[in-house]
Design a protein around this ligand. Sequence first.
Ligand code: GLA
Length: 518
Amino acid sequence: MKRIQEYRNVYRFAIVYGAVLTLVLAASGFGWSQSFTGKWAGSQRTLANGEQERTLIQLTQSGDRVTGTLKTFGYQNPLSGTVTGNHIQLMAPWNPKEILAAGELAGSDLHLVWDHRQIVMKPATAADEIPMPAYIPPPALKKIPYNGLAKTPPMGWNSWNLFAEKIDDATVRKIADAMVSSGMRDAGYIYVNIDDTWEGTRDAKGNLLPNHKFPNMKALADYVHSKGLKLGIYSSPGPQTCARFEGSLGHEERDAQTYADWGIDYLKYDLCSYGGVMRQLAPNDAAAQNRLMREAYEKMHQAVVKTGRPMVYSLCQYGDDSVWDWGPSVGANLWRTTGDISANFDRMSLIGRSQAGLAKFAGPGHWNDPDMLEVGNGRLTHDENVTHMTLWAMLAAPLIAGNNLAQMTPEIGAILMNKDVIAIDQDALGKQGDRVYAEGPVEIWAKPLKDGAMAVAIFNFGETASEMRGIRLHLKEMGFPKPVKARDVWAGKDLGTIADDWKTTVPRHGVVLLVVKK
Ligand code: GLA
């Protein structure tokens, strides 16, 4: 009897509690929401190689939180998220500030905006399963001999910053022509690098074919070579590239041989989906993940060496795991030190300034790479373009232009092809410059040059022109105790003898670049 009474009490309590909860939810405007627990599949778009980009997500909701996984072509990443009523936001658990996707439940479908694209995800069936690639153990690390390339920072052009997925054979040829006619080639810009989205699908033997945008890669390489230029290509150690095209995981030797057969001279190898592979193989073990990353880079390096064709090896993993410490040990000639640049002053200058302290890791054959140039792209002003070019030259950074060379204005050409600035970047001593002084938005950077001279750049990252009152040049600290002979590089003018108290006005977002000598 007592037991029945207890049940009744519980039952009553449940009814009252339920009614109160309903009122609270209605009052707070949430209304009832459906559960986000489930599995959905969808396709965002068709890639240039004809493949459907497929996305499969599995979620478990607990209160206003969800956890789960995201699967695309060949890798899996964890997801976390928040729920408000019918609305959901999804993030990578390690970066909760960056929203990967957001949207809502509509009936049984999930309507999301992912990477700026609408995607309608339907409840998944067995046919939507995405198989994961088999794990292929990479080789153990061993000492890699230097390949003798990139004695000075590589110079060239790359398709990504401006053309992104719109790059094709005709555009590459047009750029190669323009590299010659504009004088860029003769100024030292030699590499024409095709970035992501050239990849097609694999044939029955596993050979990767280019997609329809590149009908004949060998013929394109021959054309580029006939202009006295070299051709670069792009891939990823993961199953997919960052634009979700076919990557090289499990096909490293075959792909390296394909590049060699085509006549490729430069390989940019971009981590992309291999980050997901690392997290999948070694969950919550950063050290093991980092080891996998190095091994993956070494694996491709060994594959390239095996072909016998020299290729500049460019690592792109956004500076993770202090890549400058180990880049040369996996055969890298250059390694990205940061996330992606974009054509605006804040991003460009943030990336450039963040290079302070990295100078000791660069040298002939192995360079820090703060990403490709945006000179001539976006709405960078004249002074901003000059600052960009100067900062990269001071950093002994690879000078990989990213603008449309076929429509380059004389003003942009003059910035990219300034011989004296290029000479600072390419100086045979191979020393990267560093910050020697900073006060507010004014920074002085110095780069030692081969003949005992010093390049000295006075940057004004601030919003108003800065008269250099009270700011010394700090020549003594740079090893020049007496007055020096100076040349203003961008003005193309000798300044005669100057001392530490020399004054100038540096425009907003601008720079004054000097070369000083004893
Ligand atoms: C990453 C790289 C970029 C570019 C794109 C291509 O974002 O950092 O430089 O190669 O991938 O998808």
